[in-house]
Design a protein around this ligand. Sequence first.
Ligand SMILES: NC(=O)c1ccc[n+]([C@@H]2O[C@H](COP(=O)([O-])OP(=O)(O)OC[C@H]3O[C@@H](n4cnc5c(N)ncnc54)[C@H](O)[C@@H]3O)[C@@H](O)[C@H]2O)c1
Ligand SMILES: O=C(O)[C@H]1O[C@H](OP(=O)(O)OP(=O)(O)OC[C@H]2O[C@@H](n3ccc(=O)[nH]c3=O)[C@H](O)[C@@H]2O)[C@H](O)[C@@H](O)[C@@H]1O
Length: 391
Amino acid sequence: MFIFFFRTPSIPSPSSLPTDHSRRSLRTYNNFGAAWEKRVRSSARIRSPNGVSVLVTGAAGFVGTHVSAALKRRGDGVLGLDNFNDYYDPSLKRARQALLERTGVFIVEGDINDVDLLKKLFEIVAFTHVMHLAAQAGVRYAMENPGSYVHSNIAGFVNLLEVCKSMNPQPAIVWASSSSVYGLNTKVPFSERDRTDQPASLYAATKKAGEEIAHTYNHIYGLSLTGLRFFTVYGPWGRPDMAYFFFTRDILKGKSIPIFEAANHGTVARDFTYIDDIVRGCLGALDTAEKSTGSGGKKTGPAQLRVFNLGNTSPVPVSELVSILERLLKVKAERNIMKLPRNGDVQFTHANISYAQSEFGYKPKTDLQNGLKKFVQWYINYYSDGKKADQ
Ligand SMILES: NC(=O)c1ccc[n+]([C@@H]2O[C@H](COP(=O)([O-])OP(=O)(O)OC[C@H]3O[C@@H](n4cnc5c(N)ncnc54)[C@H](O)[C@@H]3O)[C@@H](O)[C@H]2O)c1
Ligand SMILES: O=C(O)[C@H]1O[C@H](OP(=O)(O)OP(=O)(O)OC[C@H]2O[C@@H](n3ccc(=O)[nH]c3=O)[C@H](O)[C@@H]2O)[C@H](O)[C@@H](O)[C@@H]1O
């Protein structure tokens, strides 16, 4: 029996989303006017004595919004860049944009593949850092739209690095890799020294490729590069394509939810990590990033190259995630236990975070129960007024 205690929200399911991520040209974005340049400058203005100026790519995304807001709060100059693609409900990205605008962060609408736009942004602002979070995320969608992963995670990353390497001075770059690079690795907890040559999805393969590409640009051009392997991040303003988000929606709708199980009733588990912990990790990585050592495409000495796990260190079975949601939502889920399909998912993840702990004191503080409580509160509040719920 299902108990509905408020209006059931409805958001699009990932499978119904369009697969074409348009590549609009620079001109269609309405960039480059005097008013636009003024907004760019104002957003990137440093407001505290030790502040830095950061270009945040993927700023209208889940992690990008939280990181941009945190940087702005402490007085850094922050400029966002996002192409607002329709992988999931773009109105959620617009709502995050509105939230950031209220704090003084401007998001330029554009693609990281647009070299002219990137150069223009660096011409206006001498960014000290790039927080690169723009990517095609999601492990399962890679089977539907592989090209979008190549476009954003490989071509887009290379484009961004090409522009950064030719700057004088070059910015330091902190960017999002993924726990998915551990792929079929069975040694737990996952350490940065473990093998990452068995990706289970094209998404993971593009993130692993990103780590190798980072090595090349560090080696040849002296770019300072820090990759962050996030572990299944969740929280308010999250991503509708992720299980905790659409499980919430479907439990409330009374729709059955597919829960994956490994062979012989093996547990599928994730090291779910709360967004505030990830934000602290991102800022720690940024604050300890050393300067790049090149300028105008020429390296003058060795530069920093790092990769960190940012996880929670306590994996939780997906069935337990569902039980927590049931308690928080006060609704019983209709569970459809399914064999883990070969769809890009791995059976479990578990982070060893000692490296991030030693380098910048990373220490996750929020357990899944408390983190989901905050997510559910946000979800109910966000969708309760009928806001764009039926797209
Ligand atoms: N959320 C997680 O659990 C998780 C885990 C591991 C790694 N990551 C990585 O962290 C980063 C942020 O993830 P998220 O969860 O916030 O995802 P997200 O999809 O919410 O954010 C990514 C943003 O980048 C934008 N974008 C995509 N391609 C672009 C392009 N070519 N040009 C400009 N903008 C583009 C999207 O519109 C989106 O707003 C991604 O690199 C993702 O791969 C996320
Ligand atoms: O940590 C990471 O690197 C990755 O974390 C998440 O990927 P994932 O852990 O697969 O997160 P979800 O898609 O939310 O899945 C969470 C769990 O639910 C399970 N699941 C998912 C979907 C479903 O229908 N049923 C189900 O049981 C998955 O097998 C997985 O164990 C993000 O979606 C990726 O972008 C990110 O790179």
